[in-house]
Design a protein around this ligand. Structure first.
Ligand SMILES: [Fe+2]
Ligand SMILES: [Fe+2]
Length: 200
């Protein structure tokens, strides 16, 4: 995990520093969908990120519903296990591929953006810690609810409250990371694809 200024860490900053956003100014976000070069790598990247955004919102919503009595533990449990497992597992795999392959290869292609990749690398470290803690809280909730479902005493409400708070924080961190990563990488892919259609 790269060391960066505290002000640039994912839970503090409000976006990437201006000097890293030159390409975004050239390829603004609202034009991406109209750009033929979006197809392939960049589009797949955005789809993956949107899946994470959707899952995170769905999980937050269903956990609130459980806390506020709008859904039963029996309905909640299987869906929660599936969605949370998918979010945490896929996110972990996605970050590994970025860390091991895409970030080094993009940074080599655009050394001026190295600082941006260091920031994103640091984000991954923070998110990795949050994945671990969310996984632990999820297992506690599943255990507490399973106790309730089978009629034993459980402290599901207390655990659900804690988990809902964690998910909210996780959601904020994740959204910041996804947005900044897209702002750095999608314009770079669009630009390089223009020069070299085989750029990967
Ligand atoms: Fe990432
Ligand atoms: Fe990503």
């Amino acid at each position: 995990m790269k060391d960066i200024d505290k002000a640039l860490t994912v839970d503090v900053r409000n976006g990437l520093p201006d000097e890293l956003l030159g390409l975004l100014r050239k390829f603004p976000r609202d034009q991406w969908a109209n750009d033929a070069r979006l197809h392939g790598l960049a589009e797949g990247w955005l789809q993956r990120h949107n899946l994470f955004r959707e899952l995170s919102v769905l999980i937050g919503g269903m956990t609130t519903d459980l806390r506020e009595g709008r859904t039963s533990p029996t309905t909640f449990l299987p869906l929660f296990q599936r969605r949370m497992g998918l979010l945490l597992g896929e996110l972990d795999t996605h970050h590994r591929v970025e860390d091991d392959y895409y970030f080094p290869s993009f940074a080599a292609a655009a050394p001026k953006l190295q600082k941006g990749f260091d920031i994103l690398d640091n984000d991954h470290g923070v998110i990795h810690g949050a994945i671990y803690s969310l996984g632990t809280a999820s297992r506690e909730l599943i255990a507490a609810l399973s106790g309730e479902v089978s009629g034993r005493d459980g402290d599901a409400l207390r655990v659900a409250e804690r988990l809902a708070g964690e998910i909210e924080g996780f959601d904020r961190t994740l959204l910041r990371h996804l947005q900044d990563e897209e702002a750095l990488i999608i314009p770079l892919i669009l630009e390089r694809t223009r020069d070299d259609p085989n750029f990967r």
